[in-house]
Design a protein. Structure first.
Ligand SMILES: Cc1ncc(C[n+]2csc(CCOP(=O)(O)OP(=O)(O)O)c2C)c(N)n1
Ligand code: SF4
Lengths: 356, 249
């Protein structure tokens, strides 16, 4: 297939179809409406399931049901809607059911705004559901990368029996780019879903149950230990990041998604000024690419964490830095997108930005 | 009262976890027998809710999913939409269905989801220790309405079957009781009919079953059965609220 010009949200939806989605359940919210709109037409035309639920709470629980039945299932939402899904996400993670959730971030807190922002870093990586569970969180910076990740997302979810969250912001969702849907997807040997609740007729002598209740304390701790082992394996196998210009940089920027794009422009401007700046761009926010920080040379003068939020990923930067370098922070929020010159300025006045 | 307790193939060997005199157990048996008699046990998927029946996923001898509190009808929708040829049912208490899960239940009914809801109304929150339910009676003393429920403070008991009878997507809706053998037989017929309707793809079916909670009502099991007759049924009259029959809407 030749390259096509496509809007981010629609490309995400089409990539989900290419990834083999069987069913979609969701509730309208800006700025992600093109995702369900596109799927409502194309999934039903293909004889698959699309259902507009009565709420995000219902939608994520429909996802639970269909995932438990062994299907490839997804939901999509934006910040306040993802907040409502957190209960269901915890149950799905606990029951070890695979599913894909896309989240197109807007400004917050509260009703906030419908402009692009990255204020849901904590929501995505720490979650609001109860208990010791983790998602696999991807944060692509372009429509092409969104497509590549979405196509693999169902495989990753099925492989680990874990929910996958694909986190973009309103800018990536709304902009248009020329993209290719035929790039290869990583080969994964997927396990058979012999746990799916499809009726005992399909597995005589065994009842399949999707469940998160373990009333016996030792049994629940054992399950939690099992989950942690799985999360450690995911961290080992699936952590992804990009390094840019990391040979002896004066400074290193850490940024993801739309903010990483803005920082790319800033890095070029800084180079013209004779300041060498590298970048670590996390592609998975969870697991976080902690080890990449070991590659920052001793001689680098500082790390600038840049976000479209008020300092959330900063926590992971500080954890990963382990006190080796000075860490500064630059953030805009509420839907305000910085000009690259603001980041140039932040690097030139790094000492004013230092938080630790 | 004499109820036969011969074990149905529709139940596992796991001993039921209900208190003595609790009618949850009878209702389990009626559901299990219906699934066996209609030969749909091996394609049934039970959706357990949160309440005293939370362990029903261990009791029904079929595949099952355990839902978050109130979300059983959303799970059931999710399953049934991808597995339309299977039989999907929820088993929910009044707190689960009529309070926290009312939105999920109404919308599943309104979409005419081809699922069966077994709604156990015991006018109290059993599992959490006897708090007021949306179905508790005026004057009923609970741990959160210690001087008795009042209309002014808490509103009136909610009548689910009456409400749902106005919803077009509902194919069959009956309120039954299991406080004596005659009513147990009627309840069995109603539950079986609901599953027959699901088998025939007629749409949303719900059987509301007036049930007991002697422990949290603070009465002996025999008196609980009497209270069903004297107080609960007058508030929640039994009968068929909707039967689409052969009609297709
Ligand atoms: C989100 C959430 N809120 C509250 C609870 C606590 N809780 C467990 S069971 C229950 C009420 C159950 O009452 P009901 O549905 O009437 O069933 P019964 O126990 O009477 O059979 C509540 C409030 C919970 N588990 N989850
Ligand atoms: S607490 Fe009430 S509803 Fe729960 S098992 Fe005991 S008697 Fe039954």
């Amino acid at each position: 297939m030749a390259k096509v010009l496509m809007k981010g949200n629609e490309a995400l939806a089409l990539a989900a179809i290419k990834g083999g989605v069987d069913a979609f359940y969701g509730y309208p919210i800006t700025p992600q409406n093109e995702v369900p709109e596109y799927l409502s037409k194309h999934l039903i035309d293909a004889g698959k399931v699309f259902l507009q639920a009565e709420s995000e709470v219902a939608a994520i629980n429909m996802v639970y049901g269909a995932a438990g039945a062994g299907k490839r299932v997804m939901t999509s939402s934006s910040s306040p809607g993802i907040a409502l899904k957190q209960e269901g996400i915890s149950y799905i993670a606990a029951a070890e059911l695979p599913c894909v959730i896309s989240s197109v971030m807007r400004g917050g807190p509260g009703l906030g705004s419908i402009q692009p922002a990255q204020g849901d870093y904590y929501q995505a990586t720490r979650g609001g559901g109860n208990g010791d569970y983790k998602l696999i969180v991807y944060a692509p910076e372009s429509i092409q990368e969104t497509i590549d990740i979405m196509k693999d997302a169902f495989n990753v979810a099925d492989f680990y029996r874990n929910p996958v969250l694909v986190l973009i912001d309103g800018l990536i969702g709304q902009m248009m780019e020329s993209v290719d849907f035929d790039r290869p997807v990583k080969e994964r040997k997927l396990p058979v879903k012999d746990w799916a609740t499809t009726g005992t007729k399909d597995h005589p002598g065994r009842r399949n149950v999707a469940n998160s209740l373990h009333i016996d304390a030792q049994e629940l701790e054992d399950q939690n230990i099992h989950l942690q082992e799985k999360y450690a394996l995911i961290a080992k196998n699936e952590t992804q990041h990009e390094m840019i210009n990391m040979e002896n940089p004066d400074y290193v920027i850490v940024a993801y998604g739309t903010m990483a794009r803005i920082c790319r422009s800033a890095i070029k401007e800084l180079k013209a000024k004779g300041i060498s700046v590298g970048m670590i761009r996390p592609i998975t926010l969870l697991p976080y690419p902690k080890l990449a920080f070991n590659m920052i040379p001793e001689t680098t003068k500082g790390i600038l964490c840049c976000e479209l939020s008020m300092g959330q990923m900063l926590d992971d930067v500080l954890i990963s830095n382990k006190g080796r370098h000075k860490v500064g922070f630059f953030g805009r929020s509420g839907g305000m997108l910085p000009d690259p010159s603001e980041i140039v300025d932040a690097i030139e006045n790094f000492s004013d930005k230092v938080v630790e | 009262m004499k109820v036969k307790y011969d074990k149905s193939k529709g139940l596992t060997d796991k001993p039921l976890s209900y208190c003595p005199g609790c009618t949850h157990g009878i209702i389990h048996k009626l559901v299990a027998e219906s699934l066996v008699e209609l030969e749909i046990l091996d394609k049934a998927i039970a959706i357990a809710s949160v309440g005293c029946s939370v362990f029903s996923y261990e009791f029904f001898n079929c595949d099952a999913q355990q839902a978050p509190h109130g979300r059983a009808c959303a799970l059931a929708t999710g399953v049934k939409r991808v597995l339309p040829d299977n039989i999907v049912f929820t088993y929910q208490g009044d707190g689960d269905l009529a309070s926290i899960g009312i939105a999920e239940t109404i919308h599943a009914a309104n979409r005419g989801e081809n699922i069966t809801v077994i709604f156990v109304n015991n006018a109290i929150y059993g599992m959490t220790g006897g708090q007021m339910a949306p179905t508790s009676l005026i004057g009923q003393k609970t741990t959160t309405s210690q001087d008795g429920r009042t209309q002014a403070l808490h509103g009136n008991p909610i009548h689910i079957s009456e409400m749902f009878s106005t919803i077009k997507g509902v194919a069959y809706l009956e309120r039954v009781s299991v406080h004596n053998p005659k009513n147990v037989m009627k309840a069995k017929k109603a539950i079986k009919k609901a599953f027959e309707y699901q088998k025939a793809n007629k749409g949303f079916t719900m059987i509301e079953i007036v049930s007991t909670c002697p422990v949290n009502w603070g009465v002996k099991p025999v008196d609980a059965l009497k209270w069903v007759e004297s107080d609960l049924i007058p508030e929640f009259p039994l009968g068929v609220f909707k039967d689409k029959g052969d009609q297709n809407e």
